[in-house]
Design a protein around this ligand. Sequence first.
Ligand code: ATP
Length: 265
Amino acid sequence: MDAPETILSVEKIEVTYHRVVTAVQGVSMTVKRGQIVALLGNNGAGKTTTLRAISGFVGMDDAQVSEGSISYKGQRTENRQPHEVTRLGVVLVPERSKVFENLTVAENILAAVPGKKSKSQAAVAYEYFPQLVRLREREAGYLSGGERQMLAIASALVCAPELLLVDELSLGLAPRVVADLIERLQLIRGELGLTIVLVEQNATVALELADYGYVMENGRIVLDGTADRLRSHDDIREFYLGHVQGERRNYRDVKQYRRSRRWYG
Ligand code: ATP
């Protein structure tokens, strides 16, 4: 069997805000067709910036990919307009402003892609999120966090993505809701053959869903590997448990601490 093709290749990108603030440096990632890839890390690590660079939305934040390249299915996409990248099949579910709050659920879904194809695509969205059917006439501003996340992913599906980028799937949601979303994304990946890149602060959630993960800290990738490998990696376990001798540490501190234990302990 042929190895799955590389659908996304991020090569040593640097992202700069307002032409002066470097938020991401030397970040490289490879995503194969059909994979679920997680980007992990604490607040401010650069996960959202990386995802917005891939989707083209950094331009709207007065930022740019100032070095390196991003290729989607062999086409260079860094610093292209978000609508161009979306049209190529790369669709972002953003962390904030996920839905149009003053529009109903049905209007949100149709707004994702106005035009002839939107009705048949909307049917796909309702098929995967049947809870949204009874909420069709409700204004999105009145939805719960979980319903909002479903609507955001459903609206992204209307755009017929090949590569779905999800920024913070689980943030602020109850474990039961997160478990349901994980199941739904697995189904969507299996049945629609989507490739998914997921940004998560919650490593447990991310590594349950993902095949492969990258860990970011201070704008750089500090570790990557299969989800199995990351789950059993001692540094990651300590890092994400977050407490070593009662003190919260970052990944580098944990590494240093482990090294010193190897030497002296
Ligand atoms: P979080 O989970 O908190 O969103 P993150 O890993 O997604 O964290 P980013 O939001 O990508 O991290 O932020 C990375 C760095 O870029 C941070 O230092 C942040 O302050 C900076 N940054 C983000 N957005 C902007 C902006 N619009 N202008 C200037 N700096 C920014």
